[in-house]
Design a protein around this ligand. Structure first.
Ligand code: ATP
Ligand code: MG
Length: 748
């Protein structure tokens, strides 16, 4: 049993003590995921547990796949029978099996954010509400927040505190929108991502027999990255494990980075309360990173007040000092980073896949991409606009969705006039309204088009319905690939793309072919049990944005946001854009909690690095279409200078170990911070400056801030209890201010 030998003492103890509630809260790179993986292997191999009785929940499908492969190496192909995946994919599978119990069809559609946004827009339009006040993205995140706390639309509307919040934010109709949204999803036989968890909770609450079945199916429940679970997820795991009580949670509170989406560190404390006999294992040795990197990580995270005390050390070598690159502009930053990668790779005979560039927001990738392209370095962006987000792919998938689920309103809207069939927006709106007024489905109206529409429109609608019925016949009889090929041809989509001979058109045609290739692979994959179109659609809907792992053996630099990098490791890490307002993000400066979440995010970035960490910042950067002066991030100052080295220009690198340079560097960072601050602070308010009551603050008003000077309000947003104003200051540029803190004087 050599895998047990590849573990240290506490890790081994955490693997072999399989019974009862177990908690492993330990620092980055200490082998938590490894322990979880081998615990499962051990259960199967040494305890004879049937893989069908093990449920393991991971952060991405990719992480699940990697874990499965490792377990397979120990126990063989049996590992395929494990219930393993993200919360969303596992519970979508269960919901499919039990859908009828909560009034859904088993082939329900899973709406992505675009579908949800477009549905919200339709609802706003129909209710005569202003999209500028009820911004669809904001409405959705409010609904999502409620669902993750298991607040139904009814609870929402009946809760005086929530109602008061919406009134105060001048959005009193939020509850009504929430209700309409839920009803429309239900009518469309559709669930959004949050519904997959919300409805699982409903299913388990209202059908004790179903809950009981799964409680007895899963003898062992294991959860990785537990610190990022939300309340809804926590309740599901707790319920499932409450009979056999073999639940093992693994995580690191210092890496909790999804509070903004409802994840709650409180769940760790709840776990200790709900399972007060839990065995606790401590892992303190980091195997991933060099001493210098661990020291930097520790020095940064120690600035956070809210954290469970943990000790992390490593037996690895000191390694390189952390390097800081200072650039004059974002373009120069891109150039210096790509050159450093190029040089490092060649000098040390590395592969590009040894490098990752991490940033705070997706929009930062553009400058990096340009520089990498100029340097002829292959790269791949994870989690940007993924393959499945492309228009032509979404179009074809919408056809497939509608073929499988006639109630899917968003898919219907997308395809009914694509390619053009003379069924415009007016006819579509009339169709939807007719359906709702008569309490029948859109599909019923379509099939009786001549009763509601005249002449050409009625004919067009009837032949559209006939075409879809033909597709359904194919889908019922054939596998996903054959059905999709038929749909691509029969719908006219493929022909339309084929006839477009522009480069973009050609590209789109190839993308559709690529989708069909992927479907052929799906059908031929021996692991695919259900080869139907419905099964394929479910798999696609549940892809997480870093699952796209084509070209696995090609050599490229990876680019992604820090959020995406959770749980991963790379020999060489570049964290770029280390500037105030960017990282920490200006949206997160309002409270200590928010700032601490940003700091944990920085901790995650640092601890991805195995051999070397490089940080970079620029003194000017284009943001929102404007050139802005940037101040180096406060996080740079928080690093103990003993572990840093300077690199102003590539080529004049100082030798490793020369901490004198670090001191100079720190001075230089401080100077950059002071001069930018000084520039920003030139505003002198009048002696009688007094902040106004901002409860009536509106877009377009002129305001004065004691530090940033005069500006115009560009927008007001409400997130939870927080009201924020986006203000364009004449001197200091655009800022988002939390109104409960910001001292603003209204001048108009
Ligand atoms: P994170 O907090 O980032 O999720 P983690 O605690 O899950 O990290 P792992 O990813 O499991 O840590 O392990 C980090 C690295 O250390 C991996 O490359 C793993 O293979 C290696 N590792 C873990 N334990 C040992 C060990 N006992 N001996 C050798 N290598 C180990
Ligand atoms: Mg891990």
């Amino acid at each position: 049993m050599d895998y047990l030998e590849s573990l240290n003492e506490p890790q081994r103890a955490a693997v072999v003590n399989t019974e009862g509630p177990t908690m492993i809260i330990a620092g980055a790179g200490s082998g938590k995921t490894r322990v979880l993986t081998y615990r499962i292997a051990y259960l199967i191999q040494s305890k004879g547990v049937d893989p069908f009785n093990i449920l393991a929940l991971t952060f991405t499908n990719k992480a699940a796949k990697e874990m499965r492969n490792r377990i397979e190496k120990v126990v063989g192909t049996e590992a395929r029978n494990l219930w393993m995946g993200t919360f969303h994919s596992v519970f979508a599978r269960i919901l499919r099996a039990e859908a009828s119990k909560i009034g859904f069809q088993s082939n329900f559609t899973i709406y992505d954010t675009d579908d949800s946004k477009s549905l919200i827009k339709h609802i706003l339009k129909e209710s005569g509400l202003d999209e500028k006040v009820y911004k669809p993205g904001m409405v959705l995140s409010r609904i999502s927040g409620a669902k993750n706390r298991l607040v139904s639309w009814r609870d929402y509307m009946e809760n005086p505190a929530i109602q008061a919040e919406d009134e105060a934010a001048a959005k009193p109709h939020m509850g009504k929108i929430y209700k309409a949204y839920v009803e429309r999803c239900f009518k469309s036989d559709a669930m959004d991502f949050d519904d997959l968890l919300f409805n699982t909770n409903v299913l388990f609450r209202e059908h004790p027999a179903v809950l009981n079945k799964y409680q007895h199916r899963f003898h062992y429940v294991l959860v990785d990255e537990f610190q990022d679970t939300n309340f809804s997820q926590y309740l599901i795991t707790k319920k499932l494990a409450s009979v056999r009580r073999n639940i093992c949670i693994v995580g690191d509170d210092a890496q909790s980075i999804y509070a903004f989406r409802g994840a709650d560190i409180q769940n760790i404390l709840n776990f200790e309360k709900d399972f007060d006999d839990a065995q606790i294992f401590k892992l303190e040795q980091n195997y991933r990173s060099t001493k210098n990197i661990i020291n930097v990580a520790n020095s940064v995270i120690s600035k956070n007040k809210a954290q469970l005390k943990k000790n992390i050390w490593t037996a690895n070598t000191d390694g390189h000092l952390v390097e800081v690159i200072k650039a004059a502009s974002d373009q120069e930053e891109g150039r210096l980073v790509s050159y450093a990668i190029f040089e490092q790779k060649n000098n040390n005979h590395l592969r590009y896949s040894d490098f990752v560039i991490l940033y705070r927001t997706n929009s930062q990738s553009r400058a990096m991409e340009e520089a990498l392209r100029k340097q002829n370095i292959k790269y791949k962006i994870i989690g940007g606009l993924s393959f499945y987000q492309r228009k032509e792919i979404k179009d074809l998938i919408a056809y497939m969705r509608y073929t499988i689920n006639y109630n899917d309103e968003q898919a219907f809207r997308r395809i009914v006039n694509l390619p053009k069939r003379g069924i415009g927006d007016t006819s579509q709106d009339k169709l939807v309204v007719t359906a709702y007024e008569r309490g029948i489905s859109i599909w019923d109206v379509l099939n009786d088009a001549h009763s509601f529409f005249s002449g050409r429109t009625a004919n067009a609608l009837t032949s559209f319905a006939d075409m879809i019925k033909g597709f359904r016949l194919e889908a019922d009889r054939k596998d996903a690939f054959e059905a999709a090929s038929h749909i691509a041809r029969g719908s006219g989509l493929l022909r339309e793309l084929y006839e477009d001979k522009t480069i973009e058109g050609l590209n789109r045609y190839e993308n559709v072919q690529e989708l069909l290739n992927a479907m052929q692979e799906f059908v031929h994959n021996p692991e695919t049990e259900d080869k139907s179109l419905g099964a394929f659609l479910q798999e696609v809907a549940l892809l997480t944005s870093n699952d796209d792992n084509k070209d696995e053996d090609q050599d490229y630099v990876t680019l992604m946001t820090i959020h995406m990098a959770k749980g991963l490791e790379f020999p060489y890490v570049y964290a770029v854009g280390m500037e105030e307002d960017l990282f920490p993000s200006q949206m997160m400066l309002g409270s200590r909690q928010d700032l601490e979440e940003e700091r944990r995010l920085f901790y995650v970035a640092i601890t991805r690095a195995m051999h070397k960490l490089t940080l970079s910042y620029a003194l000017t950067r284009y943001r929102f279409g404007r050139l802005k002066n940037c101040e180096p991030s406060r996080f740079l100052e928080e690093i103990d200078p003993a572990y840093m080295m300077i690199n102003k220009k590539v080529g004049s690198r100082s030798p490793v170990g020369d901490t004198e340079h670090a001191r100079i560097l720190l001075k230089s960072i401080k100077r950059d911070r002071n001069t930018t601050s000084a520039r920003k602070q030139t505003h002198q308010p009048d002696a009688d400056f007094a902040p106004s009551d901002t409860s009536q603050l509106q877009e377009g008003m002129k305001v004065e801030h004691p530090k940033f000077g005069f500006g115009t309000v560009k927008g007001i947003e409400t997130e939870g209890a927080n009201r924020k104003a986006k203000v364009d200051f004449e001197q200091a540029g655009e800022k988002t201010l939390l109104l409960s803190f910001a001292k603003l004087k209204i001048h108009e």
